[in-house]
Design a protein around this ligand. Structure first.
Ligand code: NAP
Length: 318
């Protein structure tokens, strides 16, 4: 991939923000170059039906929605590589993006690398990671058909994951650290009315318990809960723990080059600009407030329009 060509705009990330930026940049004849990143299609590929993306009266499968966005971006002239961006640095009036397949040079950059699921930070969570500890019910719920599982979190993601799991599992315990859900009313009501879903209020996960035989024979047998009221502990027999406690922005690769908020999200100006001229951010990588597919897509559109204006000012685009 390494050559001296300086591209107009490189988009890092392949979620709704990245693909929307690509579609707009491609239709503006900017021949965008998109570095898809480690999770092609982003977070929506790990969800079920998207019911709130306009244009789909009966909802749409998340994976399908992202494949369609990818195809649309390609059809209008986006070049996509399935690699990971690892760093950005300014060089001779343009930027170099280091990737897992070598450097790419560009005048403008759109950072749309999204966010990843937050972890609890327990040693046992790492020990049983992928062997009973998961972050995606759609991807891994099938392993626990007819079993009892635990979901931690009180937001929309937790309700969505837990609701999905109730269709496969005998029983789903939802662990929440308070006694009031953060989830939207419709999702909360649906979850609270589900028969085989049990809520464990005012509780946090203290430890993931299980059996280990060698490197790959591990299984979760129970989750130890701790009361946030009195610190008492108790165990729930369960075969898996699904984490749904929010997300962290994927900004490690730009730390030190792009200004970040204390929370790790990209610091942006009113037009999605970062501290580097010609470098914009779009979607969950900067937006910790809305975090919706449709808002990410909207930010992708804005970033592409801003990048185009920047390229015109710079005399690169007409
Ligand atoms: P969220 O709204 O930030 O909720 C995270 C939940 O995890 C909260 O209930 C929080 O508890 C809990 N939590 C955080 N850290 C924890 C820890 N260390 N231990 C225990 N619990 C912890 O995240 P989200 O559910 O992923 O949703 C993110 C955004 O996406 C929201 O805007 C949501 O509406 C949207 N979303 C929408 C849909 C949909 O419409 N289909 C689906 C999924 C997500 P507290 O409540 O006590 O803070």
């Amino acid at each position: 991939m390494a050559n001296d060509q300086v591209r107009n705009v490189v988009i890092c990330g392949s979620g709704p923000a990245g693909y929307t930026a690509a579609i707009y940049a491609a239709r503006a004849n900017l021949s965008p170059f998109l570095i898809a990143g480690p999770q092609v299609g982003g977070q929506l590929t790990t969800t079920t039906t998207i019911e709130n993306f306009p244009g789909f009266p009966k909802g749409q499968d998340g994976n399908q929605l992202m494949m369609d966005m990818e195809e649309q971006a390609k059809n209008y002239g986006t070049e996509i590589v399935y690699e990971k961006a690892t760093a950005i640095r300014p060089e001779d009036g343009h930027y170099v993006i280091e990737t897992t397949a070598g450097p790419v040079r560009t005048h403008a950059v759109i950072i749309a690398t999204g966010a990843s699921p937050r972890m609890l930070g327990l040693e046992s969570e790492q020990k049983f990671w992928n062997y009973g500890v998961h972050t995606c019910a759609v991807c891994d719920g099938g392993f626990y058909k007819g079993k009892t599982v635990v979901v931690v979190g009180g937001g929309d993601s937790a309700m969505e994951e837990a609701t999905y799991l109730t269709k496969l599992c005998e029983k789903v315990h939802v662990i929440h650290r308070r006694e009031e859900l953060r989830a939207s009313t419709i999702m909360a009501e649906r979850a609270l009315a589900t028969k085989n879903m049990v809520f464990e209020w005012n509780s946090v996960v203290d430890e993931v318990l299980g059996e280990v035989e060698g490197d790959h024979k591990k299984r979760v047998t129970a989750i130890r809960l701790k009361s946030t009221k009195d610190g008492s502990t108790r165990e729930i027999p369960a075969s898996a723990l699904f984490l749904a406690i929010g997300h962290m922005p994927n900004t490690d690769w730009i730390k030190g080059t792009i200004d970040l908020e204390d929370s790790g999200y990209v610091k942006i100006g009113s037009h999605l600009e970062t501290n580097l001229e010609g470098v914009f951010a779009a979607g969950d990588v900067h937006d910790h407030h809305y975090r919706q597919a449709i808002t990410a897509a909207g930010f992708g559109c804005q970033a592409a329009l801003e990048a185009e204006r920047y390229l015109v000012r710079k005399g690169v685009a007409g």
